[in-house]
Ligand binder design. Structure first.
Ligand code: G4F
Length: 327
């Protein structure tokens, strides 16, 4: 049975990746941080299943800024594949907590690479990096050769972590992959990201549980795909004969305003009556033209995004309606 270790297992991507790897017959180990609230809601259906938890799924306390715990877990699990998804992933917040963002994202990745360096049997390593490394790129769409030009602390931390991954691959021969993930969403997206915030608000307003929706820059554009497709890309990239970097993206740009109009149309509401601008939600700098070309992933991995933007936003909005109706 192949064995995988996942950092960030409790997040959106970690939970979908766990489900995919269980289907594929893996034994899965996840690293979790000790926090005052035990938020494992995305894994709860697996955690409560006695056929799975403690049989094929195991959770271990460890922290990216606590090397002893990392080394202990890596040494005892001896994974075949290590998926590194953990980190402070909110771009806006990275302006407020730049040091801890950099520490966790950049230094945390370096620590894992150094520990792998000391291992006799090295796992294949997947690093979930971000389109934010491109910041304000000269070319659109971006591919694996586009120069990094990050414009916020998060993007800078991801850029340096990605360069470390490349360096350990080229210099020391590690099987180490950068998956350059463009925005990817789902009903499991955190509530402070814009798609979930909008879909939640549209559903809550429809049900009379919320009045207004406050947003920052609604003209901002992103390349938005479906998270389940992107975790399939993570797995595929570690099955390829050689370690490569890959863009995972749809190649299509949509604005925050498009998300608003699609979500409110799904619940038959006029967005103009509910959406307002709040300048406090504007960021000091916005990336531009972040749109990916996934041709290499298509060519080497036969990877394709399966869900359109409209399907994604409609599904997220309907999931919010169902969740709110139950609460
Ligand atoms: O949903 P967002 O917060 O995502 P962002 O900043 O693009 O980052 C996400 O995708 C990256 C690329 O894959 C990841 F690396 C990163 O970890 C994260 O998953 O914001 C999207 C856009 C931005 O331009 C933001 O300024 O929406 C704009 N926006 C407008 N009003 C808002 C809001 N964003 C948020 N979170 N909340 C608002 O009220």
């Amino acid at each position: 049975m192949p064995r995988a270790l996942i950092t960030g297992i409790t997040g959106q991507d970690g939970s979908y990746l766990t489900e995919l790897l269980l289907e594929k017959g893996y034994e899965i180990h996840g690293m979790v941080r000790r926090t005052s609230t035990l938020d494992r809601s995305r894994l709860v259906h697996l955690y409560r299943d006695p056929q799975i938890y403690g049989q094929r799924l195991f959770l271990h306390y460890a922290d990216l800024d606590d090397p002893t715990t990392l080394r202990r877990v890596l040494g005892s699990v001896e994974p075949d594949e290590l998926y590194h998804l953990a980190g402070q992933s909110h771009v806006g917040l990275s302006f407020e907590i730049p040091e801890s963002t950099f520490e966790m994202t950049s230094m945390g990745t370096l620590r894992l690479l150094e520990m792998i360096q000391d291992m006799r049997k090295k796992p294949r390593f997947f690093h979930a990096t971000s389109s934010e490394i491109f910041g304000q790129p000269a070319q659109m769409p971006q591919d694996e050769s586009t120069p990094y030009a990050p414009v916020n602390p998060y993007g800078i931390a991801k850029a340096s972590a990605s360069q470390m991954v490349t360096m350990y691959r080229k210099t020391f021969g590690h099987y180490a992959v950068n998956g350059i993930m463009f925005n990817h969403e789902s009903p499991r997206r955190g509530e402070n990201f814009v798609t979930r915030k909008i879909c939640h608000a549209a559903a809550a307003i429809k049900l009379g549980k919320q009045k207004d929706l406050l947003l920052g820059d609604t003209s901002a554009k992103r390349d938005w795909g479906y998270a389940k497709d992107y975790v399939r890309g993570m797995w595929l990239s570690l099955q390829h004969a050689t370690a490569e970097d890959y863009i995972f993206a749809t190649g299509k740009l949509h604005s925050v305003q498009d998300v608003v109009e699609t979500a409110f149309a799904t619940v038959n509401l006029d967005w103009r009556q509910h959406v307002r601008k709040d300048n406090r939600l504007l960021r000091p700098a916005e990336p531009q033209r972040l749109c990916g070309n996934p041709a290499k992933a298509r060519r080497l991995l036969s990877w394709e995004p399966t869900t359109t933007f409209r399907q994604l936003i409609e599904e997220m909005t309907k999931a919010e309606l169902a969740l709110l109706a139950d609460s």
